[in-house]
Ligand binder design. Structure first.
Ligand code: PLP
Length: 361
C-alpha cells in the first residue's frame, strides 16, 4: 500500500522494518527503547547521535540550538511570542492559510500581531504579492508558514529572500516541508516543525533556533515553553518522548543512507512535477494553486466531474492508494508525497487516476 496521508504520514519502509526488529531487544540491551531510562548511557548515545545526524543532514551551524520539544508544532505557536516578544511589542505574520491563521490567533493572545498580508480568505490559492506586504518598523520577528499543508501552497525562495532582507529574525513553520530540499539554516532566526510528516511520530516538535534568540522568555512563560529549559538540559528537563526521538533518529540516518537532503530533493521534485504535469494534462482533474507556488509535499486536486469523489476514494483505497481525501476545509483530494513516499507510489497514483478517468470518460 501507498499511504498519502498528510500527517501522521508514511515513514520509510526500511525504518519501520528496523523498528519492528528493535521492539523486543534494542541493541542487545534486552529491552525496547520505550522501556529504557532516558538517562541511561545507551539512550544518551541515541540522543546525541540523533542531534548530530540532524545537524549533519540540515547543515545546522554551531550557533544554532537544536531542541526536541513535546506538544507538536502548535505549542510553538504560543512559545514563539512568549520567548521573543513582550505584550507591548509588535510582531509580523504573513497569512497564507489555515496554519498561518492558527499561529496568528495564538500569538495574538500574547503580543500585538501585524498581519503583513493575506487573511482575506481562509484557503488562499496564491501567496499575496510581495509588493503588498506591509512590514512594521519595529517588529521583533517575522513569522511565516513555509508550506500550507491543507491547500499545498508553498513559499518560494524569492519570498524567503525578501523576508531575510528585512533584517529581522525570520521564524518559519516548516512542519510539512522540513528537509524536503536543502536550505541555508544560517539565514533563519528559528525553524520549527511537527515531526509527523517528514520526521517521525506525532507529538514531537523539532526547534532549530539561533542561540542569541534563546534566554529572553518572559517571566510568566511556563518552564516547558521556555526554549532555555530545553537548551540547558539537552531537551531532557523532564522525560522526553523517548520513542519518538528514537524514530526521528532512525529517519535522520535513513536520510543520510539515501544520499542526504540533496538526493531526496531531486526525487521530491521529480515526484511533484510528474503528478502536477499529469493533473494539468488531464481534463478530468484540476489543481487550483498558483503554478509557481505549488507545494512539493501536498498536491491537492479535484475531479472536474461532480459526484464522483466517493467512488474515487473507494476505488483508490481498494487499489491500496490510501488517505487521498482532501482536508474538509478545502475539499477535493490531497496526495501528500513526503520524503518517505517512494516514486513508485506517485507512479501508481497517476496510473490509477488515469484508469479512473478512462472509466468515467
Ligand atoms: N503547521 C503546519 C504547517 C501543519 O501542517 C501542522 C499539522 O498538520 C501543524 C502546524 C500543527 O502540528 P501539530 O499537530 O504537531 O501541532
Amino acid at each position: 500500500a501507498f499511504n498519502f496521508s498528510a500527517g501522521p504520514a508514511t515513514l520509510p519502509e526500511a525504518v519501520m522494518r528496523r523498528t519492528q526488529e528493535d521492539l523486543l531487544d534494542w541493541q542487545n540491551t534486552g529491552m525496547s527503547v520505550m522501556e529504557m531510562s532516558h538517562r541511561s548511557a545507551d539512550y544518551m548515545q541515541l540522543a546525541h547521535e540523533m542531534e548530530a545526524d540532524l545537524r549533519e543532514v540540515m547543515v545546522i551551524p554551531d550557533n544554532y540550538k537544536v531542541l526536541f520539544i513535546h506538544g507538536g508544532a502548535s505549542l510553538q505557536f504560543a512559545a514563539i511570542p512568549l520567548n521573543l516578544a513582550t505584550s507591548d511589542d509588535t510582531v509580523d505574520y504573513l497569512n497564507t492559510g489555515v496554519w498561518s491563521t492558527k499561529a496568528i490567533k495564538e500569538a495574538s493572545r500574547y503580543t500585538n500581531v501585524n498581519v503583513i498580508a493575506g487573511g482575506e480568505t481562509a484557503n488562499p490559492t496564491e501567496i499575496p504579492p510581495m509588493s503588498e506586504w506591509k512590514f512594521s518598523d519595529d517588529a521583533k520577528y517575522i513569522h511565516v508558514c513555509a508550506n500550507e499543508t491543507i491547500t499545498g501552497l508553498e513559499l518560494q525562495q524569492e519570498h524567503m529572500d525578501f523576508l531575510f532582507a528585512q533584517g529581522k529574525p525570520v521564524i518559519v513553520d516548516m512542519s510539512s516541508n522540513i528537509m524536503c530540499r536543502e536550505i541555508d539554516v544560517s539565514k533563519y532566526g528559528m525553524i520549527y516543525a511537527g515531526a509527523q510528516k517528514n520526521i517521525g511520530p506525532a507529538g514531537l516538535a523539532i526547534v532549530i533556533v539561533r542561540e542569541d534568540l534563546v534566554g529572553h522568555a518572559r517571566d510568566i512563560t511556563p518552564t516547558l515553553l521556555n526554549w532555555q529549559t530545553y537548551a540547558g538540559f539537552e531537551s531532557m528537563f523532564n522525560t522526553p518522548a523517548t520513542f519518538a526521538w528514537y524514530l526521528a533518529g532512525m529517519v535522520f540516518k535513513w536520510i543520510k543512507d539515501v544520499g542526504g537532503v540533496k538526493a531526496i530533493a531531486e526525487v521530491n521534485q521529480r515526484k511533484a512535477e510528474k503528478l502536477y504535469s499529469y493533473i494539468d494534462s488531464s481534463e478530468f482533474y484540476e489543481n487550483h494553486i498558483a503554478v509557481d507556488q505549488r507545494s512539493w509535499m501536498n498536491v491537492t486536486f479535484s475531479l472536474t466531474k461532480e459526484g464522483l469523489d466517493a467512488e474515487f476514494l473507494a476505488q483508490s483505497k481498494a487499489a491500496k492508494l490510501l488517505s487521498l481525501k482532501g482536508h474538509k476545509a478545502f475539499g477535493g483530494m490531497r496526495a501528500s508525497i513526503y520524503n518517505a513516499m517512494p516514486e513508485e507510489g506517485v507512479d501508481a497514483l497517476i496510473e490509477f487516476m488515469q484508469s479512473f478517468a478512462d472509466q468515467h470518460a
